[in-house]
Design a protein around this ligand. Structure first.
Ligand code: DGY
Length: 320
């Protein structure tokens, strides 16, 4: 079978596919394919494994009638029009679970870094601004016994809440489409409405998928309702936060700070106003970026495709 991989992925995933005798072509460039190039690839291949943020819209599925399955090496699938894929009979799979621990680690890293203004303090040293020990300078805030609010309590949110509770005895509150009884029973998490999530959280961490309903959910209005000592963390998708409103809220002291692993757009340009604020820590979408996790994601994405090739349902199929 002909398999096209849209971006270089860990070799283990490629080897698994080649070991099964399939013809694997990899788009090696970091630059995404244009829509026309992607359609061309989808017309020439039987199966596609997506290693990047490539967009698969209705036009793509309509123009690739011979494509048999699409396997994503990501848990997020906001880049894929799932209803169009379903309409054209193309199963799509993702890689849930294997990246929860690594992504929760990045949420944790950002929470701690923002609470102590770590990135700004580092920048101060680089710029020769560190004048010496000062008992009244560089002050952060502590996390012990504070309230952590989780927006979207799925696997990653749960893992982050578990770590935060174990490390800092944080009280966990959450807002979700449905109740998460495991989190309530094992972490004592409390389900709250969206307004209470905003007003009660000392740290509010976003873990929901980007959808029409969640786009720009965090904006001027929501920042105004949050505590001015609170920290916003986003390791989900940049589109959930209205970034210009966040910059304004941070400048005006409506929040203590923000930690972002995802931005809108990506990559963020070096002149973005958020980068100059002292109460912001930004990372380049590295939530799942560990050797172990990326290997596991590549293997899971390859295994999904191998199942489809055998005529089986891909274990992590997204389509209804
Ligand atoms: C995911 O898996 O969705 C990560 O954000 C990487 O794309």
């Amino acid at each position: 079978m002909k398999i096209f991989i849209t971006k270089k992925i860990p070799q283990k995933g490629i080897d698994l596919l080649r070991a099964s005798g399939h013809e694997v072509t990899v788009h090696e460039s970091i630059n995404p394919l244009s829509p026309a190039e992607l359609i061309q690839a989808g017309q020439q291949a039987d199966y596609i494994l997506n290693g990047g943020m490539q967009k698969f819209d209705a036009d793509f599925f309509k123009n690739c009638p011979n494509l048999k399955a699409l396997s994503l090496m990501s848990v997020g699938y906001d880049n894929v029009d799932i209803s169009a894929a379903t309409q054209y009979g193309i199963p799509v799979s993702n890689t849930p679970g294997v990246l929860s621990g690594a992504t929760a680690d990045v949420a944790f890293l950002l929470m701690l870094a923002v609470s102590r203004k770590a990135f700004f303090n580092h920048k101060q040293i680089l710029q020769g601004q560190w004048k010496g020990f000062d008992p009244t300078a560089h002050l952060g805030i502590e996390l012990n016994n504070k309230t952590l609010g989780i927006y979207g309590l799925g696997r990653i949110g749960f893992e982050f809440a578990r770590k935060a509770r174990a490390a800092y005895n944080m009280e966990i509150i959450y807002y979700n489409r449905g109740r998460n009884l495991e989190a309530e029973q094992t972490l004592g998490a409390r389900y709250v409405n969206f307004d209470n999530l905003l007003t009660q959280s000392d740290v509010l961490s976003i873990h929901a998928a980007l959808t029409a309903e969640t786009a720009n959910r965090f904006n001027q209005d929501t920042f105004k309702r949050m505590k001015n000592t609170s920290i916003l963390i986003n390791t989900a998708r940049g589109g959930l936060v209205k970034q210009e409103d966040l910059a304004k809220a941070l400048r005006e002291g409506e929040l203590w700070g923000a930690g972002l692993d995802v931005t809108n757009p990506e990559p963020m340009t070096p002149d973005d106003p958020l980068l100059n604020l002292e109460n912001v820590c930004i990372l380049p979408h590295i939530g799942s970026a560990t050797v172990e996790t990326r290997d596991n994601m590549a293997l899971m994405a390859a295994s999904n495709l191998l199942a489809a090739i055998k005529g089986e349902k891909m274990p992590q199929t997204i389509n209804p």
